[in-house]
Design a protein around this ligand. Structure first.
Ligand code: HPA
Length: 257
């Protein structure tokens, strides 16, 4: 089964028949929506921040959500992510696939492996190459422009935006876009062996880039303009993946005793 995690600005899927479902997990309840599309295909949808954008990024119940998705048989996740651009050559409105991340979060539970026992998850392929290829095929088939290279996502703690000095530092380190939610989401998916890919929509230039001063209104405005294109891009991959998607690319966790 495939799940879509909708980030800021993506709270439902167009034209879908929906049924709400609560999944109890050791980390609290996960709220998801079972969806049947007009073409008969089934999938699971989850609004990352809850319906109505109620939960701030540093308080997301990511462990409950990912555990719940695994529990109901999800084998692949396509996620959306609103991001600021660290580089003026990646302007607002750009859609880009995430290729890697850097973790600058500070105070979150970022793992299921809290002991006893030690597990070091390999996250060299946090963004599944097979899912990324399917997303590129969907974009090409629908004529949706996608940034030619996969981008590096810098995850900050939030909920504040970054300072111009922080953004300069992230640029020097090789970051391309900045957001607040990929860690731990992508990490937890890897720990559970769920294939994961994310499409970023650049909603603004990050602080200090060409004098930008990001605001939540700016983010929402761009999402309102482009959210449907983003949904089309994700939904367009589903026939390619099939309902019972299986992918064997994942490295297994390396356990140490
Ligand atoms: N910074 C962090 N997160 C974001 C931004 C940003 O500029 N835009 C959208 N999400």
């Amino acid at each position: 089964m495939v799940a879509i995690i909708g980030g800021t600005g993506v709270y439902e899927l167009p034209g879908a028949e929906e049924r709400e479902r609560t999944i109890p997990t050791p980390y609290g309840d996960a709220s998801v929506t079972e969806v049947r599309l007009p073409d008969g295909q089934s999938l699971v949808f989850a609004a990352r921040h809850g319906k109505g954008h109620a939960v701030p990024p540093h308080r997301l119940p990511a462990r409950a959500l990912l555990w719940g998705l695994k529990e109901i048989g999800v084998s692949a996740i396509l996620a959306t992510s609103a991001v600021g651009s660290v580089r003026e050559e990646i302007p607002p409105g750009t859609l880009a696939l995430l290729g890697d991340f850097m973790d600058f979060t500070k105070a979150r539970s970022t793992t299921f492996h809290d002991g006893p026992g030690v597990v070091h998850q390999n996250v060299s392929d946090a963004y599944c190459p097979t899912l990324r290829a399917a997303l590129r095929r969907s974009a090409a088939a629908q004529g949706i422009p996608l940034h030619p290279e996969d981008v590096v996502y810098v995850c900050t703690e939030g909920p504040r935006f970054e300072t111009p000095a922080e953004i300069r530092a992230y640029r020097m380190l090789g970051g391309d876009v900045v957001g607040m939610t990929q860690v731990p989401e992508a990490v937890l998916a890897a720990e559970l062996g769920i294939c994961y890919a994310a499409v970023a929509l650049v909603t603004n230039l990050a602080a200090g880039v060409q004098g930008a001063r990001p605001s939540h209104e700016e983010v929402l405005e761009l999402m309102a303009q482009q959210g449907r294109t983003l949904s089309r891009l994700l939904l367009g991959t589903l026939p390619d993946l099939g309902e019972d998607y299986r992918c064997s690319h994942h490295a297994q966790p390396e356990a140490m005793s």
